[in-house]
Design a protein around this ligand. Sequence first.
Ligand code: GLP
Length: 241
Amino acid sequence: MKVSILKDYDEMSLAAAREVADCVAAKPRCVLGLPTGSTPLGMYHRLAEFFKEGKLSFSGVKTFNLDEYYPIARENQNSYYHFMWENFFGKIDIDAKNVHIPNGEALDPDKECADYEALIENAGGIDLQVLGSGVNGHIGFNEPGEFLYKDTHLTDLTQNTLEVNARFFKEGEKMPVKAMTMGMASILKAGKILLIANGDSKAPALRAALSGKITTAWPISLLQLHQNVVIITDERTASLL
Ligand code: GLP
């Protein structure tokens, strides 16, 4: 694993955006796996800037998002569909038909997950998978537990994740307790993985990612099985290393 420890969030975001930009420049028809959350916002902002400055085009790029709440309407401000169009896709020249996000409105979520897995496969697999991490070391919504799932699947969110993500939902608004997420193999099959993490709360997760031990109690620790992982983080997250 290649680990870059940078001064702060801005430096981390710029370096992460450069990694993604390099991938797109080298392979304009590449397939990107993308995360949501507060961590990648700065990276998306930088990438949209590169596009605006004419340095980068996403016109040939295909994307697959890691996860989506279930059930959730696309128009819901908290859907990852809404998040991605608001913060990234709406600001670049990506072709809408090349954007893939699990459908939080699907009537048959298990079929939606199986179809999603097949779509990734048919696209030739993911070239670069960008990941954030939950405070509890979840990646996508692969939550810590007795076992982890291989493929895209419907999952229950843990109490910890419900509490951490509750801040995004308005008072009185019902937060979904399930999500559809790529599985561990869907993630680990990517050609390259870029993990970004910032702030004190992610320090235990980063430590688990570099511990030399693999455990389902810290899904992030499975990244140690992958041959090509780049971690870009800040000094606070690296404080427990
Ligand atoms: C969410 C997403 C993850 C994301 C994580 C961290 O629950 N499912 O893909 O990496 O939580 O979020 P944040 O970046 O806001 O800390």
